[in-house]
Design a protein around this ligand. Structure first.
Ligand SMILES: Nc1nc2c(ncn2[C@@H]2O[C@H](COP(=O)(O)OP(=O)(O)OP(=O)(O)O)[C@@H](O)[C@H]2O)c(=O)[nH]1
Ligand SMILES: [Mg+2]
Length: 467
């Protein structure tokens, strides 16, 4: 995978299309030499100071002018790739940038593969793999919150936490190795006493990272929120009010919505996928029954459920049946139609989720009084939805949004549980050592120390050419 010295790459680094400036980038040992063979300015770029900008023209092999450019000189090692880099700022539009790139290629540069500039930053040791992947996420970020998360990872927040886990593993390994290598000097019981608590620490650290996985994925892809409830309580009206457009059909007859209707929405930079569902009820109508089945499935699949009830009447057995199918820790109760009055206390709705005996159990869902018709209470509901989607305690930089990272962390966790069992059973330290070696390797795959070649290829293929 290591690139050959002298292999200098070039690519257009800006999107092709109307705009003011397009960038053609060169990186590698011969970047200056190749640039000087096509650039005509007051002096050769090789004679210029690093991180300076110079006006000039690009000419082709026959001396014909190709474009007027600003050349930026950046000398190794303080560059994006850690190699010598030149960037030509050309006139935008597809033709000038392509022609400038073409003359650079004729002069000896090789066209860069997708993500090859970032790959060189990784190979040059400037970014670890988590940070390189964060670069791809920054480019792909669709919300301010997603961008914040990717920037946090680029600055090394996640890598820092992983380093902590690694150092705990390292301490465990050195204790284990000592017990293996010097059985006469190391008391087995003392070794066990040292390794046990470390193992607990490592498990806790991995657990925290894994908890953040789900939130990270939510920040990137949006949490799914199912709107469920009896027919006619105003689920579709609420969906439309939150979306601020007429997406779902609303009528005064119960059983209007038959299918699950999904729409994306951003609140405070948090992406969400709202699902309006059919009202739950026993029915002989085949299509409606299928709709109710989909509603149940939507509630099971959603990260969060919003149980919509009619605020103007006390909750009844039908509401209770629906509540029983929901996870109360992941449910918000919306008492809709508050413009018609409050037919019950908040407590009565919250108690849909508590049996007689469990009245003082924690995690009773919040009850929000809302009117989809007048808009009352919608602002509060929006902020509750955003907050509940993220959980308040998650710092953006340490969110694990990457499936690859989550998979590796789960392998580390499995190894640590096996270590515990081995310690309990008084198994030979060699077996413990082997598990710890596996855990360290799995962890190293996240930051790139032990990532297999094909995985690396796959990661950099996510980038565009020129990044
Ligand atoms: N006064 C009042 N009426 C509302 C409110 N929200 C909805 N409605 C009315 O209640 C009726 C049912 O609204 P929908 O949004 O279709 O109810 P739904 O829960 O989607 O019903 P199904 O799709 O049949 O399950 C309509 O006549 C709405 O205009 C509200 O906040 N206040
Ligand atoms: Mg509806």
């Amino acid at each position: 995978m290591k690139h050959l010295p002298g292999d200098t790459i070039a690519a257009i680094s800006t999107a092709l299309g109307p705009g003011a400036v397009a960038l053609v980038r060169l990186s590698g040992d011969r970047a200056l030499q190749i640039a000087d063979s096509v650039f005509r300015g007051r002096r050769p770029l090789a004679d210029c100071l690093t991180h300076t900008v110079h006006y000039g023209r690009i000419v082709d092999g026959e001396g014909r002018e190709v474009d007027e450019v600003l050349a930026t000189v950046m000398l190794a090692p303080h560059t994006y790739t850690t190699e010598h880099m030149i960037e030509f700022g050309c006139h935008a539009g597809p033709v000038p940038a392509r022609r400038v790139l073409a003359v650079c290629l004729e002069a000896g540069a090789r066209h860069a593969r997708r993500g090859e500039f970032t790959e060189r930053a990784y190979l040059g040791g400037r970014l670890d793999l988590v940070q390189a992947e964060a670069v791809a996420d920054i480019v792909a970020a669709e919300t301010p919150r997603g961008l914040e998360m990717a920037l946090g990872q680029l600055e090394g927040g996640l890598s820092g936490l992983i380093t902590e886990v690694r150092s705990t593993l390292l301490s465990m390994r050195s204790e284990t190795e000592a017990a293996i290598d010097f059985p006469e000097d190391v008391d087995a019981r003392a070794a066990l006493e040292a390794i046990g608590p470390l193992s607990q620490t490592a498990r806790d650290q991995v657990e925290v990272l894994l908890e953040n996985c789900a939130v990270g994925a939510a920040v990137r892809d949006g949490v799914s929120i199912a709107l469920v409830g009896k027919p006619n309580v105003g689920k579709s009206s609420l969906m439309n009010a939150l979306l601020m457009r007429d997406r779902s059909i609303v009528t005064s007859s119960p059983g209007t919505t038959r299918d699950a209707i999904e729409e994306c929405l951003h609140i405070d930079g948090v992406p969400m996928r709202l699902v309006d569902t059919a009202g739950w009820r026993e029915t002989a109508d085949e299509a409606e029954r299928a709709g109710v089945e989909r509603a149940r499935a939507a509630a099971r699949g959603a990260v969060l459920s919003v149980l919509v009830v009619d605020s103007s009447a006390p909750p009844d057995g039908e509401d209770a049946v629906i509540a029983a199918a929901l996870d109360r820790r992941a449910t918000i109760v919306v008492a809709n139609k508050v413009d018609l009055g409050r037919g019950a206390e908040a407590q009565d709705f919250a108690e849909l989720f508590c049996g007689e005996d469990s009245g003082n159990e924690p995690a009773v869902p919040a009850v929000m009084w809302v009117s989809s018709l007048t808009g009352e209470g919608l602002r509060e509901l929006r902020s509750i939805l955003a907050e509940a989607s993220l959980g308040p305690s998650h710092s953006a930089e340490a969110l694990v949004s990457n499936l690859r990272h989550a998979g590796a962390l789960r392998r580390v966790k499995a190894c640590l549980y096996r270590v515990d069992t081995l310690l309990d059973e008084g198994a030979p330290f060699e077996l413990v050592g082997a598990e710890l070696a596996d855990a360290t390797a799995a962890l190293g795959e996240i930051t790139g120390e032990t990532t297999p070649e094909d995985v690396l290829q796959h990661i950099f293929e996510r980038f565009c050419v020129g990044k």
